[in-house]
Ligand binder design. Structure first.
Ligand SMILES: Cc1ncc(COP(=O)(O)O)c(C=O)c1O
Length: 397
């Protein structure tokens, strides 16, 4: 079975499930534009929420914080995983309550922690002794009951790009079990502090779901030990990180990957007495967005045929940052079988502004439009004004 999210209807590239031609959405192309289909996100939320043991799905809004997406997340009774004051206040502006918010992040500021404590958010995930000390200090004045989690580092290799692996030994994220236990004892001694959760997050764009099993197996005994010290402990926060195959936008394969992970979660956690939380970003939104761009220049170097687009790393930095691949598809199929091997690059004044190297594609002309696929996660949210380029408009189909 295969349900491709991109295919050609005649000469026209279609995106999504309703035979919608991308060209119909682009009235008069003048500059790059992000195009989203919320339905793709809705479907994935349902896949995940159908896992019977799930307590609550929190959306890692760093993946994409567009208000339309947050609105959809809210409508589906999901919580939020935020990593800054900006994300927390944006979530509230988009209709979430502080009780919907988990605050993650390796170096939370005094302002962020103060806001989180004052507004009594759902959970603050602590990652260092200094952070706990800051919380205690801030709370001397505020005297609130604070729901905390300790983020542990299970030291499991997520088998992903090192730039998005977060549980290697000596990672800056989380605490080793020894360090975590010291903080848990400190929390147990303070009547204003409540250890509600143990959390972990081993990395992003994880394709081998078996690594999640390893992490759970390592964390479970620690959870039990922590519960003897803090009986109020009731939640296990499993983080996020499940990935997609960027070179094959097939929803059925994505569903199969989620189902494989769900089976692991069920096997490991069926009899585990805890409210289970997921903090998922990429898997929910990556497939929902494309970046539409125009071939600005075609240029021949000695050995390389450059296809230079008007969108580059200032809009989509993933390829330059961690060698990520995105499929690049012409919006119009040509009538011939002519192909050319291109290196597809952006216009930015950096040699690393490369989307694809030596990619065999249909022969294109300057002015042709292309879709950079699966760009809904860590696309617009990571974009910048580098080279003082305009941000791209975001359109929802
Ligand atoms: C703590 C935490 N939770 C969840 C996520 C979401 O990861 P993903 O988008 O891979 O699901 C991240 C991403 O970096 C994270 O740092």
């Amino acid at each position: 079975m295969s349900r491709k999210l991109f295919y050609y209807n005649g000469a026209d590239l279609v995106f999504g499930y309703h035979n919608q031609r991308i060209l119909d959405q682009i009235k008069q192309y003048s500059k790059p534009v992000w195009l989203y289909q919320k339905e793709v996100i809705q479907e994935r939320i349902q896949w995940i929420q159908s896992w019977p043991q799930l307590g609550r799905l929190h959306y890692a809004m760093k993946a994409n914080f567009h208000p339309e997406i947050l609105k959809l997340i809210k409508e589906n009774q999901c919580g939020i995983d935020a990593v800054s004051l900006g994300e927390m206040t944006h979530a509230v502006a988009c209709g979430f309550t502080p009780q919907d918010i988990i605050l993650s992040g390796v170096a939370k500021t005094r302002d962020e922690l103060t806001w989180a404590i004052q507004n009594e958010i759902y959970q603050i995930n602590i990652e260092s002794p200094s952070e706990l000390a800051k919380i205690i200090e801030i709370n001397k004045l505020l005297q609130k009951k604070i729901s905390l989690s300790i983020r542990v580092n299970p030291e499991v290799d997520a088998e992903t790009h090192p730039g998005i692996a977060t549980a290697l030994k000596d990672s800056k994220f989380g605490l080793d079990f020894k360090g975590a236990e010291i903080l848990i004892r400190r929390i147990a001694d303070d009547s204003n502090l409540q250890l509600k959760a143990i959390s972990f997050h081993i990395g992003s764009q994880i394709l081998n779901v078996n690594v999640f099993e390893k992490a759970i197996q390592v964390v479970k005994p620690f959870y039990q030990k922590a519960k003897t010290l803090c009986p109020e402990l009731e939640r296990l926060d499993l983080g996020g990180g499940v990935g997609i195959d960027y070179m094959d936008a097939d929803s059925d394969k994505d569903l199969a990957r989620w189902k494989a992970l769900e089976e692991i979660y069920t096997k490991e956690l069926r009899d585990f007495d805890a409210f289970l939380i997921l903090e998922i970003g990429r898997f929910l939104v990556a497939r929902s967005g494309v970046l539409i761009s125009r071939v600005e220049i075609i240029k021949q170097a000695d050995q390389v045929n450059y296809l230079i687009l008007d969108a580059g790393m200032s809009l989509l930095i993933r390829p330059a940052l961690y060698d990520a691949c995105h499929e690049v598809l012409p919006l119009k199929k040509s009538g011939t079988d002519d192909t050319t091997v291109y290196t597809v690059v952006g216009p930015i004044c950096e040699s690393s502004d490369v989307f694809a190297t030596n990619k065999k594609m249909q022969t294109l002309s300057e002015g042709d439009l292309v879709a950079i696929c699966d760009a809904g996660a860590y696309g617009s949210s990571m974009s910048s004004r580098y080279n003082l380029r305009e941000p791209a408009e975001e359109i929802f189909i």
